[in-house]
Each structure stands twice: as C-alpha cells, then as structure tokens.
Design a protein around this ligand. Structure first.
Ligand SMILES: [Zn+2]
Length: 460
C-alpha cells in the first residue's frame, strides 16, 4: 500500500522533478533494494545497477574475485551462451557493460525508452539465471588475465617487486603499505568462492538501481513485481581500508623503459583531514596548485607544457600530487623551482583574487559538466553517499562554502610535510647512449689494433 502511494506521488511529481537535477525520487523496496528514478531526456534511459562489492572487500590474494564474477555474469542465461545474451541485448537496441572498482561493481546500460522493461528483465535474468559453472569461470579467468596485461610472468613479478612495474603514485602506495605489491592472480580462485560471493553480496539490500531518462509510467509497479523479488541477505561487513603502516623513501628515481630523453616529476603529499569540508577544500587547493604549477613551470620557466595537479586515494589515505612532463636535463632545475614555489605559497598563502576566480570557475563548471541522461546517471552513481531525503547535495553550494582562510589552512598543513618526490625516467638517455657507443667503438678499435700488432709480430 505504501508503495502504491509512492507510485502516485512519483507520477504526479514527474514534471516538477525534471527541472532540478539534484532532486531525485528515491525509495527502498521491502527487500532492501534502493531505487533512484529520475525523469530526464526523452527517448532513452540510462540504467546503473550498483552492487556494493569491490576490490577493497578482498585480500591481496583474492582481489580479482568480484571482477571475475562481473565477467562471469555475461556468460549467458541459457544454452545460447554469451553470444545469445548479447544478441538479446542487441535486439532490444541497448548496450551494456560492467565495471569493478575498489568500492562497487556496476552494470551500465543505455537503451531505448520503449524497451526499458525488457532490458531490465534481461538484467534481472543475468543476476538470477547466469550459469555459474567451471567452463564459464575458466573463460572469465582468461579474459581477466588478458585485461590485466596477459599472463603474469616471472619477469613482471620481479619488476613489480622492484617497483618498476607500477606508476609513481602506485609505487608510493605500495611502499607505504596502502596497496598490494603484486598483481592479483586468478588461477587459484575456485567456483565455490565465486558462488559464495554471488550468494552473499549480490543481494537486493546490497544494491542500488538508478534509472534516468524517459521513465515508463508503470515502472515503479514493474520494479516492485520483478526486482522486488530478489533475495535479501544479512549484510557482510566491509573490511577496514588499509592505513599507512610503513615508511617510504622521501626521494626516489624510478626507471621507466630503456632509452629516452624525457622524464616525469611527481611530488606527492598525503592530504590532512579537513573534517566536514574535506573534499571540496582539497578540490580547491588542487585547483590552486594546478594553476600555480602551470604559471611556474610553463609560463615562467618553460620546463613543462602541461604540468598538472591531481588527487588520488589509496586505502584510507588521499594524496594530492604535483606532476610534470620534463626534459631529462631540466629535472633538477624543475624540482628546485617547484620547491621554491611551494615555499613561497606556504609563507605568503594564496592570492585572494586568484582563489576567488578559481572557486567561481569550479562552481560554474558544476552547472554545465553533467549533460544528458548518461552523464546524470553516472553522476548519481558517483554521488550515492550524498543522497538524502530525495535530494543529492548540490556540490556548488559546498564549493562556495570553502573560505579563503580554510583553503589556506589546508594548503599550509599539506606543505608543512616534505612530501614524496618520485622522478620517472628511462634507464639511458640518447646522449648517454651516444657516449656508450663511442666508448664501445674506441674499445673495439683498441682490441683490433692490439690483435693486428700481435699478428704482425708473430714470426712467419
Ligand atoms: Zn574486466
């Protein structure tokens, strides 16, 4: 009855909801499935089924389990197998894909509005009728292995152990104990493990279904009749995220490739906790450092064409990084220049006019960055934690709430740390190769001359 009431409310509010993208009709079915329905552009629907299971839920050894299951779920729902399943989706004019991330596994579907219920039927069938058997698991293993860059060779494992196979930020995360040092493997994972996670995590009360676009008038009733029948389980606790538990070198040079004259600079800082306004504060500090880096390395000194600042999280720790593509010969000068720029910022703080301009640009961008059903559905997927009482929080409001004083405090705390410097460069530069070549030629000439002398002296 309660749900019927909701259906009526939902239908009467269709037109008014379309005006405000942060207002989204959301409710929970009796089996715990969270629904978010947003009427938007006509003719099409974007569907996201977010399952609360990701890489973070597994130990280093078993990390690929959720990813394997994700692939397995495309193996087929009847004797026509994988191809038959794909044909059914094609016949409905839709497209689908799935992604496993650290925190969730998400099925992403774009489809014509008139087929939305048939497409949802197919998705439900995938969840409940996929043939989880050894043959399909073996196929999924091969695909996952291929996606991870082919068979994990002894050489690759050795390189990973020596930190040569990771990007600079990943390498630092491994050093600090925030990330697994080796690539996870799939060979040892069993059908039983896959079945267990399918039973324990692919449950209605661990899922959110987001649908954006021209919504079928009967959608709420349909969803209750179909997805409302999925089983709920006692939720499994997510394990705690890894924290920094080891020391890392303050400065390192990482070898990337054999030969070249390029280099990359990365200066990484863990982000101190800024409480309630943590994310929006660091986004603005990042924007400020991005601009400062561009002014310094590109406009003033010309060391780098496109330096950039970035934010990335590993385990429970966020990092803000300054990065630049450089010529190998400029590395020392560029590092000195970045260090003195940061020292200046720490002493003098941000320029108020520049901060105001970047804050305004960030707010303006939020108004136009999310366009169309698909982008809107992705936005809701990424912002699920900010949904409450029928509304997503407006990020512009939060951005506007960051004062210059707060941003300065955050930046000064960040820069009070020495940070971690990582330089990526090839083993040998072209100049060095030329010198090595000259040395080899000289050595060869000496050997030939010596042989010739010895030969000449030998009595006939
Ligand atoms: Zn994959």
């Amino acid at each position: 009855m309660r749900c019927l009431l909701f259906v009526c409310l939902f239908l009467t509010s269709l037109s008014s909801m379309a005006l405000d993208r942060f207002q989204v009709e959301g409710y929970v079915l009796p089996n715990g499935l969270q629904l978010l329905l947003k009427p938007a552009e006509k003719g099409h629907v974007s569907i996201r089924l977010v399952v609360g299971i990701g890489f973070d839920d597994f130990t280093c050894k078993d990390k690929e389990l959720p990813h394997l299951l994700e692939h397995l779920l495309f193996s087929g729902i009847d004797n026509s197998g994988e191809g038959g399943l794909e044909q059914q989706m094609q016949a409905l004019g839709g497209e689908w894909n799935a992604f496993t991330s650290n925190t969730d596994t998400t099925f992403v579907i774009e489809a014509p509005a008139q087929n939305q219920r048939k497409v949802l039927d197919l998705l439900l069938n995938v969840l409940t009728h996929t043939q989880i058997n050894q043959a399909n698991l073996d196929t999924a293993k091969r695909i996952v292995e291929r996606e991870d860059g082919g068979h994990y060779s002894h050489l690759q494992r050795w390189l990973d152990k020596r930190d040569l196979g990771h990007s600079a930020s990943n390498q630092l995360a491994v050093e600090l104990g925030l990330k697994c040092s080796e690539r996870p493997e799939v060979d040892h994972l069993t059908l039983e493990q896959i079945e267990t996670i399918h039973d324990n995590w692919y449950a209605s009360n661990n899922m959110t279904l987001i649908i954006v676009g021209e919504l079928d008038k009967l959608l709420p009733a349909y969803l209750e009749r179909t997805f409302g029948q999925l089983n709920a389980v006692d939720p499994t606790e997510h394990p705690p995220l890894p924290s920094i538990n080891a020391k890392a070198e303050p400065e390192r040079t990482l070898v990337r490739g054999a030969l070249g004259d390029g280099a990359k600079l990365h200066l990484l800082f863990p982000e101190p906790d800024m409480g309630e306004q943590h994310d929006e504060t660091w986004d603005l500090v990042k924007a400020y450092l991005d601009w400062s880096l561009y002014s310094e390395l590109r406009l003033d000194k010309g060391y780098s064409y496109g330096p950039w600042a970035d934010r990335e999280a590993f385990g429970d720790t966020g990092f803000l990084s300054l990065n630049a593509d450089l010529a190998r010969d400029d590395v020392d000068a560029a590092v000195a220049s970045v260090r003195s720029m940061l020292e200046r910022l720490r002493k003098e703080g941000m320029d108020p006019a520049t901060f105001a301009r970047l804050q305004q640009a960030s707010i303006a961008k939020q108004a136009w960055a999310v366009q169309g059903n698909s982008a809107l559905a992705d936005y809701y997927w990424g912002a699920l934690n900010d949904y409450e009482d029928g509304r997503f929080e407006d990020p512009a409001k939060r951005t506007r709430g960051v004062s210059l004083d707060l941003a300065n405090r955050a930046m000064r705390q960040l820069l009070a740390q020495p940070g971690y410097l990582r330089i990526e460069e090839p083993l040998v530069s072209y100049d060095e190769l030329y010198e090595i070549g000259l040395a080899v030629v000289a050595l060869l000439a000496l050997v030939i001359f010596w042989r010739w002398r010895v030969h000449k002296r030998r009595p006939l």
